[in-house]
Ligand binder design. Sequence first.
Ligand code: NI
Length: 227
Amino acid sequence: MLICIPDILSKQEVADFRRIMDAESWEDGKSTAGAQSAEVKQNEQLNPDGETSRALGNRIITALSKNTLFISAAVPLHIFPPLFNRYVPGKFFGEHVDNCIRGDYLTGLRIRTDLSVTLFLSEPDEYEGGELVIEDYYGSQRVKLPAGHAVLYPSTSLHMVTPVTRGARVASFFWLQSMIKDAQARRMTFDMDLAIQELVVRLGRNDPQVRQLTNIYHNLIRHWAEL
Ligand code: NI
């Protein structure tokens, strides 16, 4: 399942990110690729261990931690330090597999990649091509979102970025380990939370049945969560 999370960063924050990133030097994106993906990866990225990546990455993680839609959809346990990439004309990332386990030697963090996230930092009209194409059970999904918006998709999906033919596609991408390993269980808690939020608007948080459903929601998380 693909989930779009709007407005993680404001337009002003995106402009600030871009100003900081433009002043950096970019390196070959192969440094963080696995054996399969390195063969089809043609892009540039900021030094993943550099101060800029870490500082901007922390700003993204802070923004995500306040985003209730993201928290509900991902139920995150650990978020990998965000990486930043750029595709200029001729650059692309062919269909590939994301590594199942990722380790960060600076923090010692090691995660199982349950969900992949792409946070767009270019507006769709700034570039041509550069679509994120994700294979899922309903066929290929093509994603190109406004700057500041993100897409969340299962790390189990094959995916690619089509060649950029004009402009520059700048994005942040990262992975997370969810407290709920099972994608179907995670989907059900997300759907249930959305339905409860609708009922809260109509009936209030302390309607007896809303309270009961909220209790069941928490019990399902309690049942499935692994910390
Ligand atoms: Ni990937």
